[in-house]
Every structure is written in C-alpha cells, then in structure tokens.
Design a binder for this molecule. Structure first.
Ligand code: UD1
Ligand code: UDP
Length: 398
C-alpha cells in the first residue's frame, strides 16, 4: 500500500506506482489521505493516477494537530482492514509520519522513499525535520536518495542492511516529464502563454511554514525590488493554496506588471517553465532537486537545507528570507550571464531517473525473501546495488 497526502508525495511516488503496476507480482492499493485536495488531485492527474482509497481529510487553514489526528485515525483503520504486506510512505509530510505510525500500530512493515534527509535543527524546516526523524524510528526499509542520506541514517543507528541508496524518484518523474514537454508544449494558462516570449524569466515558488509572517513579507518585497531593478525580467509565481501564503503574496505582489501570480500549475506546465526559465527562486524541497537536473541556478529562500548536494555542486545558493539578500542575488544573476554560467552546469546529484526501478526491485526481494530486522549478511536486499549507488550520484545531462 502506498500512502500519499500532498503534491510532492504524489509526484515522487507516481514513478514508483507506475513501476509497481508493471510488475505482475504486486497487488497495489493506493491510499490518499487528502491532506491536500486541489494540489494532490492536480499532481495525480498529471500521471493519470486515481487513489483506491481517499480519506479526504483536508480542511481550510488546517492545524498540524488536526491533520495529524485525522490522518492517524483514518490510516489506522484502512491498514487494519486491508492488511498490506508493506506500507510505503514518501518524504517528510504529516501524512508520511502518520502513515508510518498507523502501520506500526498495526504491526505492518514500513518502507520510506526519500529516507535520511536531515538538518541539524529541530524547527527548520518545521515540522518536516521532526516528521523525518520520527518516521525513521518507525521504518523497516529506508530508501535513501543519496550517500549523504545513508550516512545520516547510519549516524542514528539504522543498520546498513536496511538502507538502500536508490537516487530520488523525483528525478524519474522529472526526466520522463521533461522529455514529454520538450516534444510537445503542454497547455499553459492563457496569461502565461501570452507573456512568455524568450525574455529573462524567474520562476518562483514558496510555502514553508517557518517563513510565515515576516519571512513571507520579506520574500515578496525582495522579489518586488528585483523586478523594479531588472525591468526586462518576467517573474512567474504559481502561488501555493495555503492561505498564509496567498495573503502576503496577493497583498505585496498582486498587480505588479512584471510579476505574474498564477494558480498552482499542473506538473507538465511547471516542468516546461522550469526548463525555460533563467533562475529559480524557491523554498521547495522538490524544486531544489529538480532544477540542477535541468541546469538551472536555484536561489533557496531558507537558512538551512537538507539537500546540500545542490549547494556543493554549485547549482544552488542559500539566500534565506532577507529582502536585501534575495533582491541582490536575483539582480546579480539576472544581469550577469557569467555569474549564471557558474551555476548552470547540468548536474544530477539526486538521481539518474532509475530510482523507482531500484526501489521496486528491493521491495520484491523484501516481500518474497527475508523479513525486516535480520542480520546484514542474511538480508537479500543488501545485495541490491548498482554502479550509480556505488558512485553516489551522476554527472551529466539526465
Ligand atoms: C504541506 C506539508 C509540507 C509540504 C507541502 C507541499 C505538512 C505539515 N506540510 O504543507 O511538508 O512541503 O505540503 O506543498 O505536512 N490548501 C488547499 N488546497 C490544497 C492544499 C492546501 O486549499 O490542495 C490549503 C488549505 O487551506 C490547507 C492549507 O493549505 O489547510 C495547508 O495545507 P497543509 O497540507 O497543512 O500544509 P502545506 O503548507 O500545504
Ligand atoms: N510543482 C508543480 N506545480 C507548481 C509548483 C510546483 O507541479 O505550481 C511541483 C514541483 O515541480 C515539485 C513539487 O511540485 O516536483 C514540489 O512541491 P512543493 O514545493 O509543494 O513541496 P516540497 O517539495 O517543498 O515538499
């Protein structure tokens, strides 16, 4: 049973679900909590997926406590009824943690996709860092995207035999979608199609809870300053549906002639824009992973990141939520092609597009072979590796 609740979980689990569907040995149940509604449906539709079970838990402006309570209660009942051999969760959302907890309460094995991401800070990102750490304690099989993630898990005492470095499934989703949109332009909202014509283009996303309030106001002001300073640049900002994001963005950027606020985009048009833009400005985890694979410079509006590989590769830069820093970094990159060139080598530190295949191979071994918790040498999954895993990532274009 795969469990998902939000947009990034749908996008990152879609390639795994598709791969499971190609293997006759698996009987898959796709369970959505519906922590997100429109964003989840939009992401699922991009991959033609329909949940078998949908708990529909979202309420407007929901609190963390409400999402957690509804998700655990609903998922506990579903897992108790369906009794899957394994529950698969992804990432670090509240649905992720609750899926793992509900499986544990039912004594059902848990596997986590995108395991082992860490910052040293309890509150950054909030609440994802704690969701990750708690989820790790509940998980039997850890699909880590990078060697760095494996090391973080080892440092917390997770046995090596239960960790499998696979690459990140978001790169599987990205590369298949990139190929499709390069072949045929996806349909874009009219306002976007009318305005994009080869100019300097900044693609913006932002939604982190730790930035709500002052942080978001500064982000918007930084964008506005940069838009004023570089009049030949167009900013396209698909605004997250969270009311805490919609309010400041609408107030501070609405009506600016060169900042186009649009509704969240389906995955294909979003990838199309990422592939065409000059710079990405984001606090998103998924976008931080995708942009380097398209050779795009990314300014990350956070003080810390659990995805250091993009920073080390030179494609990403942490700019925090300071108005002045966001504006000055944007202006420099937009005005100076040499500065951009230093950040634009195509680099795939997060995967090679085959993560889902590796995950499903591992799951197969796990389900037909040994059970969790056996010693390293007895675990057949420890044998699953590839040259990608041993190299710890790849360079070069997707
Ligand atoms: C959630 C995840 C975050 C992830 C992000 C991806 C938690 C606590 N947070 O944050 O880790 O990075 O999703 O986008 O798990 N809303 C809608 N429709 C939607 C989605 C959201 O109206 O389709 C609005 C609702 O008012 C909802 C609010 O946004 O109550 C917050 O949604 P929630 O899932 O709690 O948090 P996100 O900030 O979206
Ligand atoms: N994305 C999308 N449409 C948008 C904005 C983002 O399809 O309008 C995709 C993006 O390509 C990435 C994922 O959504 O794969 C990231 O989701 P989000 O930023 O909401 O969550 P995070 O990754 O920060 O958890």
């Amino acid at each position: 049973m795969t469990i998902m609740g939000t947009r990034p979980e749908a996008i990152k689990l879609a390639p795994v679900v598709m791969e499971l569907g190609r293997r006759p040995d698996f009987h898959l149940r796709l369970c959505a909590t519906g922590q997100h509604r429109e964003l989840l449906d939009q992401a699922l539709a991009s991959f033609d997926l329909t949940p078998d079970i949908d708990l529909r838990i979202m309420s407007p402006g929901q609190s963390l406590a409400t999402v957690t309570a509804r998700a655990v209660e609903g998922l506990f009942a579903v897992i108790a009824r369906e009794r899957p051999d394994v529950v698969l969760v992804q990432g670090d959302t509240t649905t992720t943690f609750c899926g793992a907890l509900a499986a544990f309460y039912n004594r059902v094995a848990v596997a986590q996709v995108e395991a082992g991401l860490r910052t040293p800070f309890k509150y950054a990102p909030f609440p994802e860092e704690i969701n990750r750490r708690l989820t790790t304690r509940l998980v039997d099989y850890h699909f880590a995207p990078t060697e760095g993630a494996r090391e973080a898990l080892l440092a917390e005492g997770v046995p090596n035999a239960c960790i499998h470095v696979t690459g990140n499934t978001v790169i599987d989703a990205l590369l298949m979608t990139r190929d499709r949109v390069r072949e045929r332009r996806p349909s874009l909202p009219d306002r976007v199609a009318e305005r994009v014509n080869g100019q300097l283009l900044v693609l913006v996303t932002g939604h982190r809870r730790e930035s709500f309030g002052e942080g978001f106001r500064n982000i918007c002001l930084g964008i506005r300053d940069a838009a004023e300073a570089v009049p030949d640049a167009l900013f396209i900002y698909p605004v997250h549906l969270n009311p805490q994001v919609q309010a400041p963005v609408g107030e501070l950027l609405g009506g600016h002639p060169r900042v186009l606020l649009v509704e969240s985009l389906a995955y294909e048009p979003f990838v199309w824009l990422m592939d065409r833009c000059t710079v990405v400005l984001t606090d998103s985890g998924g976008v931080q992973e995708e942009a380097p694979s398209l050779g795009k410079p990314v300014l990350v509006m956070r003080d810390t990141t659990e995805r250091p590989e993009g920073i080390a590769a030179g494609n990403a830069r942490l700019v925090g939520t300071s108005r002045r820093r966001i504006a000055s970094e944007l202006i420099t990159l937009l005005r100076d092609p040499n500065e951009r060139a230093r950040m634009t080598s195509v680099h795939n530190p997060y995967g090679d597009g085959r993560a889902s295949e590796r995950i499903v191979d591992s799951l197969h071994l796990m389900l037909v072979g040994d059970r969790p918790g056996r010693e390293e040498e007895a675990d057949p999954i420890a044998a699953v590796s590839s040259s990608f895993l041993q190299r710890g990532g790849t360079n070069g274009g997707g």
